[in-house]
Ligand binder design. Structure first.
Ligand code: B12
Length: 211
């Protein structure tokens, strides 16, 4: 088994200290951090599957979250330094009812490394928080994050309220997370979607017209 396969296996098995050790080893061997992000995705899909099959419980998801946070602490500085120049402003948050934030935080790290100014609203945020943040911060882009199927409804509700507040033509909106798709983009009324942070950042750059 190579290092990548071992990393995926140990993360899926929730072997905390082994995962941290393997992360450090992969970094020492100068591996591209994006390969580690890709493997996190593979492992979390296995974890999710085990949860659906009743082999893992909520306590295991919590454990997975704890391990992923530590891995991200190690990876974050390698994804790029926060830049002083500003390519634009992005307001981002996890929508109402959804507390998943590891993916959102990766998107933030990548956006900051690209020179975007990011306002992080946190998790489980109702539509009115996004509406107020648009008024206050005047971002070019709003990012709505959510991993639950129910988050799609919250995303739609949020975009509807942004429309009702007369702000829809002032911002571009991107929905992101594992359940998003072209269909979800259309259903919610967003301008774009992404289920991957690197692709999401590319799409955000395209939305504001920077390269
Ligand atoms: C860890 C985890 C948790 C942790 C989260 C900790 C945290 N601080 O985030 C905790 C324990 C809190 C949790 C709770 C629950 N979870 Co959970 N969780 C997971 C798990 C295993 C990993 C998620 C993760 O961090 N992945 C790693 C990151 C890097 O990937 P990501 O989040 O997808 O993000 C990437 C992209 O989506 C994208 N992205 C994300 N946001 C955005 C935003 C924008 C703007 C853009 C452009 C891109 C983008 O970029 C990221 C990087 O590439 C997933 C399994 C899975 N397959 O995802 C289940 C999963 C998401 N959880 C699930 C469930 C059911 C729950 C609970 C309901 C369980 C329960 N019965 O209590 C609760 C719900 C809590 C709530 N109200 O939100 C289900 C959702 C099923 C569904 N279809 O609705 C999943 C899919 C597991 C499963 N297969 O059943 N969970």
């Amino acid at each position: 088994m190579n290092l990548r396969e071992e990393f995926v296996e140990k993360l899926a098995d929730l072997e905390e200290s082994k995962v941290i050790e393997l992360t450090k080893r992969r970094i020492e061997s100068k591996e591209n951090p994006f390969a580690i992000l890709e493997d996190i995705r593979k492992a979390t899909n296995i974890i999710g599957k085990r949860f659906e099959e009743g082999r893992y419980f909520v306590s295991d998801l919590i454990m997975a979250g704890e391990i992923l946070k530590q891995v991200m602490e190690i990876l974050k500085p390698l994804l790029g330094e926060k830049k002083a120049e500003s390519k634009g402003k992005v307001v981002i948050g996890s929508v109402e009812g959804d507390v998943h934030d590891i993916g959102k935080n990766i998107v933030i790290a990548l956006l900051e490394a690209e020179g975007f100014e990011v306002v992080d609203l946190g998790v489980d945020q109702p539509p009115k928080t996004f509406v107020e943040a648009i008024k206050q911060h005047k971002p070019q882009v709003v990012g709505l994050s959510g991993l639950l199927t129910e988050a799609i409804e919250s995303m739609k509700k949020t975009i509807d309220e942004i429309k009702e507040a007369g702000l829809r033509n002032k911002v571009k909106i991107i929905v992101g997370g594992g359940r998003t798709s072209e269909e979800v983009k259309q259903y919610t009324g967003a301008d774009d979607w992404a289920d991957d942070a690197a692709i999401g950042v590319k799409k955000i750059k395209a939305l504001v017209g920077v390269s």
